[in-house]
Design a protein around this ligand. Structure first.
Ligand code: IDP
Ligand code: MG
Length: 138
């Protein structure tokens, strides 16, 4: 029996990558790994919205900088769909710190630093649903 596990996940191309006009190259990397871009929009969010989005990190010392950064310029927000999209996207993104990211990953190729690491991706199926709703519920 063929088991299929099509999932959706939320991906964000962060300000450092949009600013360097890397959004099309990053989208190509997703497509080359079999992801379908179901929805996408280029937006800039308020700091208060970034604070809501990253609420899980509110006790972290980097929370304020992180929210200021995500709201500092345009971002591209996408719903990606594929088999095992959540873990597949995390694999393609690479480690949070680009210095630790493996060859062939987006963060290895384009990330500048742990904060300017070019992409966000949901970390679980449950959070993917919450994050997709956050940006695309209308
Ligand atoms: P992730 O993006 O790989 O899921 P998280 O631990 O969820 O990593 O952290 C969210 C974001 O917060 C990271 O992508 C990164 O931009 C930033 N961040 C994480 N850890 C640090 C840190 O130690 N210093 C500064 N920024 C951090
Ligand atoms: Mg995370």
């Amino acid at each position: 029996m063929i088991m299929s596990n099509t999932e959706q996940t939320l991906s964000i191309i962060k300000p450092d990558a949009v600013e360097r006009s890397l959004d099309n190259e990053i989208k190509e990397m997703f497509k080359n790994k079999g992801f379908l871009i179901v929805k996408e929009k280029k937006i800039q969010i308020e700091k208060s919205e970034a604070e809501k989005f990253y609420k899980v990190h509110e006790t972290k010392p980097f929370y304020n900088d992180l929210c200021a950064y995500l709201s500092s310029g345009p971002i591209v927000v996408m719903i990606l769909e594929r088999e095992n999209a959540v873990s597949g996207n995390r694999d393609l993104m690479g480690a949070t710190n680009p210095n630790d990211a493996e060859e062939g990953t987006i963060r290895k190729k384009y990330g500048i630093s742990i904060d300017k690491n070019s992409v966000h991706g949901s970390d679980s199926v449950e959070n993917a649903k919450i994050e997709i709703d956050f940006f695309f519920k209308d």
